[in-house]
Design a protein. Structure first.
Length: 234
């Protein structure tokens, strides 16, 4: 299924590394604090998949706050705290960085197997992630050198690229590899990421179901859904 394509673009969190676990913990701690301060019902885990998964950090905060009827100013980019969208997002990122430093991270075994197969086949690979922590996560997992290009939240901000579900970051990844989207496979675990890849005209979009649900990924446009990338090895 994937052998006829020339290159491969991977989302990071939930596809290559289980950093989604650390992200979910950091989001839960941050929004529990915010919701408690405002006298709202506790944060629900399903809110991660509905409002946060796959979105740039500040966009996720704004989306969930809107869903909860919370009005916060955008704030300054350096804010840290509960009084602005930027502050909440940066507080979450601070907590994520602390968890990553304390606990470390390892890539999913199935993802390592697929990456090894693609390396042996001389297939270019790139990371396309909304995270501004992609470099740190890849270094912590010891796999930074495996990728030919990285389009992360930092690069997107520098180049003015809109985040997922817009296709721009995936299209930029294809440009960096020097290949047309139609010749590339995208691997995504978030509905917004799957929608972005389909909007970008990529030849094959593989949904990785780490909790979003097969049906949701298929509705977003995934051509094929797996529970783990190890299913594609062979």
């Amino acid at each position: 299924m994937i052998n006829g394509f020339d290159a491969h673009l991977f989302d990071l969190d939930g596809v290559i590394t289980p950093t989604v676990i650390l992200h979910r913990r950091a989001w839960r701690e941050t929004f529990d604090e915010l919701f408690t301060q405002l006298g709202l019902a506790p944060y629900r885990e399903e809110e991660y998949f509905s409002y946060l998964d796959g979105l740039p950090r500040f966009a996720g905060v704004a989306t969930l706050c809107a869903a909860r009827g919370i009005e916060l100013p955008d704030g300054a980019s350096g804010d840290v705290g509960l009084s602005s969208i930027a502050g909440v997002g940066n507080l979450k990122n601070q907590r994520f960085a602390e968890l990553l430093e304390r606990d470390g991270i390892e890539a999913y075994p199935g993802s390592l197997q697929l990456m090894h197969q693609l390396t042996v086949a001389h297939k270019p690979m790139a990371i396309v992630s909304s995270s501004r922590n992609a470099d740190a996560v890849l270094r912590a997992a010891g796999i930074l050198a495996r990728f030919d290009a990285i389009v992360d939240g930092e690069r997107a901000a520098q180049e003015g690229l809109p985040g997922k579900p817009a296709p721009d970051t995936f299209v930029r990844g294809a440009e960096l590899l020097g290949l047309a989207p139609a010749n590339i496979v995208v691997y995504e675990d978030a509905e917004s990421g799957v929608a972005a890849a389909r909007a970008g005209g990529f030849g094959l979009v593989v949904g990785v179901d780490r909790g979003a649900g097969r049906a949701a990924l298929e509705r977003a446009g995934a051509h094929h859904v797996v529970a783990d990338l190890g299913e594609l090895v062979g």
